[in-house]
Design a protein around this ligand. Structure first.
Ligand SMILES: [Fe+2]
Length: 289
């Protein structure tokens, strides 16, 4: 058997994102390689591994190297048989029944599950089938979003807490078993500091979750909306993103603590099938001091 050489990390030259080459993730990786991948992930926030041939077991085994895995609460029907840690993200219907979640529509900018007390630190997404066009996923660097924030805006949000609505999904749809709330202050969900310190890198980043129904705790709705609109305008108008055009057999792994992502819509007649895992949120993330 030939010894595996060290993988190569190639930055995309964008605000975030890098490709890792020279690694077959269907095989167990030596500790030194896992350490290198972990360091590259913290540095680049999004890692892309092309041309991987992964079973659900492989995906789970690789994901587990970086922490405990979360099950998929509420989405159990969309896990492959025997793999409760894997969630199918797909628009495909078989015999009139959806095989996965999130359909074919656009998913607006968001951080996964920001609306729970301990959101997942990492999400991993593996492409089994992709359309030729559409369905790209873009990522945003939230360290850079904070670093480039105008001083007055940073001062205005310093120490503030954001309420993250849990009643709507990233497509803006009311989730099953939820009813619309009366005022933003009544929105169910979790509260997190808007500026947080990454527990592993020690660097501060903006944490916005998603725009819809967000509320800065203690502010009037008008003032909160004004500040949030400015923050989102700043984030989405800058050059803070990497746009991933999917190929079959890509594995992406992103740091969910310091990125947001969005998905473009795609032709509903095209098949898109992804398998996803996420790490359990078991690390505290503190407000920046
Ligand atoms: Fe997402």
């Amino acid at each position: 058997m030939t010894a595996q050489t060290s993988p190569e990390t190639r930055s995309f030259g964008t605000s975030l994102g890098a490709e890792i080459r020279g690694v077959d993730l269907s095989r167990a990786q030596p500790p030194a390689v896992l350490k290198q991948i972990h360091a590259a992930w913290l540095d680049n926030l999004v890692l892309v591994f092309r041309n991987q041939s992964l079973s659900d077991d492989d995906l789970v085994n690789f994901s587990r190297q970086f922490g405990d895995l979360d099950m998929v609460p509420g989405w159990e029907p969309f896990s492959p048989e025997g793999h409760p840690e894997v969630l199918v993200v797909s628009n495909v219907q078989e015999d009139g029944t959806a095989i996965g979640v999130l359909g074919d529509g656009e998913a607006s900018w968001h951080t996964d599950m920001a609306y729970i007390p301990q959101p997942p630190p990492a999400s991993l997404l593996y492409s089994l089938e992709v359309p030729e066009i559409g369905g790209d996923t873009s990522f945003m660097n939230m360290y850079a979003a904070l670093d480039t924030l105008p001083d007055d805006l940073r001062q205005a949000i310093n120490g503030k807490i954001l309420n993250h609505d849990s009643s709507h999904d990233s497509g803006g749809n009311l989730r099953p078993n939820h009813t619309m709330f009366g005022s933003l202050a009544e929105a169910p969900g979790a509260r997190h500091p808007i500026i947080r310190t990454h527990p592993e890198t020690g660097k501060s980043a903006l944490f916005l979750g998603r725009r819809l129904h967000a509320w800065i705790v203690g502010e009037g709705v008008t003032k909160s909306d004004e500040l949030l609109d400015r923050l989102w305008e700043h984030c989405t108008s800058g050059d803070l993103t990497y746009r991933h055009r999917w190929q079959k057999s890509d594995l992406l792994m992103w740091d969910n603590r310091v990125t947001m992502h969005r998905r473009e819509h795609f032709d509903s007649s095209r098949r898109r099938v992804m398998h996803r895992t996420q790490l359990k949120g078991n690390q505290g993330v503190e407000a920046a001091r």
